[in-house]
Design a protein around this ligand. Structure first.
Ligand SMILES: *Cc1c(COP(=O)(O)O)cnc(C)c1O
Length: 387
């Protein structure tokens, strides 16, 4: 194997496009320089379509979790009640953050691998209609489930006056989002997933309704006070030194998305999901979630009782191919394939073919070529209907 060539198909960090890598190499500029102000103001607006909002998007120098924590500390005062839907490791992260901030928490557990159903959420919220905020995960990265956020937000608005706060870290930029239309109040994402950047930036869209609550919230906060970012974005700047190089990269990422067309980006992710699922299924492995709830950005595959998930992941690593393992109680039980950002259908063909090789080497009962044929057929069908 080539010593420095490997494939990174994990659900973040994801590969960086060469032109983005190059953009990040530009000489440093001062963060109070007009060039930087210009860039910040433009980025904040150009991110809007990815979130589905006309609101300016706030930018932070941090990984995604800081923006999740910021969503909590900015909206909830000590003693407030909140609801959190936990269907995997990232819903659980929200729950852990909430539990540190003197908030009375009502947790709705959904079996990992399943999506929260709107009627199920309605019944839950009827018992807790007084909550000030409901925390949801758009794509639950630990299972590969994409939640029906629009429908869930509608239920929350019907049953409560709570803010709708969504973790979109592993899908914004790769799937549709309609922040304004769905009535979301805070939507958070990070740089290292579908936005094909290195880790280190996070983002939040904030609704006018949320601002009213945030302005009145007495909880102390400083670095992650959303209000400071809003005041500064209005002046086309950031309160603290931004991650300038990552912003250069982000400008290039947005240029790439605008060139391809966001709708095409979304369709490419759906195609990669269908190819991955068809391939995995046809080679005889088991998918973790249903077609209805599958995420276009990450696919989880179940292993057998003899530890085949980890064995496959290790064999793939020998082939210089990286996939991710399971988290928490799914450790050793599943492996996860990322297909987002700088990833195309041809990368998926490579993924499926390489998994077949690894499975065959491990003498798992797969039929060589069955997966790759199924994935190819998905691609042929789409290309064919396009032309
Ligand atoms: C990756 C991820 C995060 C953020 O993790 P960081 O390591 O802090 O960037 C949060 N939520 C989800 C759903 C994720 O996939």
């Amino acid at each position: 194997m080539l010593p420095d060539k490997f494939r990174l198909q994990i659900p973040g960090p994801t590969p960086i496009p060469p032109r983005v890598q190059q953009a990040m190499n530009q000489p440093m500029i001062g963060h109070r320089d007009p060039d930087c102000s210009n860039m910040v103001a433009q980025l904040s607006q150009r991110l809007g379509p990815l979130f589905g909002t006309k609101e300016p998007v706030l930018l932070f120098a941090s990984s995604g979790t800081a923006a999740l924590e910021a969503a909590v500390v900015n909206t909830l005062a000590p003693g407030d009640e909140a609801a959190v839907i936990v269907s995997g490791a990232f819903g659980d992260r929200f729950s852990k953050i909430l539990s540190r901030y003197d908030i009375t928490l009502h947790q709705m557990d959904v079996p990992w691998g399943e999506a929260c159903q709107p009627e199920q959420l309605a019944r839950f919220l009827q018992k807790h209609a007084q909550v000030k905020a409901v925390f949801l995960t758009y794509c639950e990265t630990s299972t590969g489930v994409l939640h029906p956020i629009g429908e869930l937000a509608a239920v929350i608005h019907r049953e409560t006056n709570a803010l709708v706060i969504v973790d979109g870290v592993s899908c914004i930029g790769g799937v549709e989002s309609h922040f304004d239309e769905w009535g979301l109040d805070i939507l958070v994402t990070g740089s290292q997933k579908a936005l094909m950047l290195p880790p280190g930036l996070s983002f939040a869209a904030v609704s006018p309704r949320a601002w009213q609550i945030i302005e009145k919230n007495p909880r102390p906060r400083f670095y992650l006070d959303f209000q400071t970012y809003r005041t500064n974005i209005a002046k086309e700047t950031t309160p603290f030194t931004p991650a300038v190089s990552l912003l250069f990269g982000l400008a290039e990422v947005l240029a790439m998305i605008e060139e391809e067309g966001f709708q095409q980006v979304v369709e490419r992710h759906q195609l990669m999901m269908r190819m991955t699922r068809a391939g995995i299924r046809a080679m005889g492995l088991t998918l973790m979630t249903t077609d209805t709830h599958a995420s276009p950005t990450v696919t989880s595959v179940m292993g057998d009782d003899n530890g085949s998930a980890d064995a496959l992941r290790k064999e793939l690593r020998r082939l210089s191919f990286r996939v991710a393992g399971g988290q928490q109680h799914l450790k050793g039980k599943i492996f996860r394939i990322g297909h987002m950002g700088y990833c195309d259908p041809i990368d998926v063909l490579t993924t499926i073919a390489t998994i077949e090789v690894a499975a065959k080497r491990l003498e798992l009962p797969v039929q060589l070529g069955a997966g790759i044929q199924a994935a190819e057929e998905e691609l042929i069908y789409v290309s064919h209907t396009r032309n």
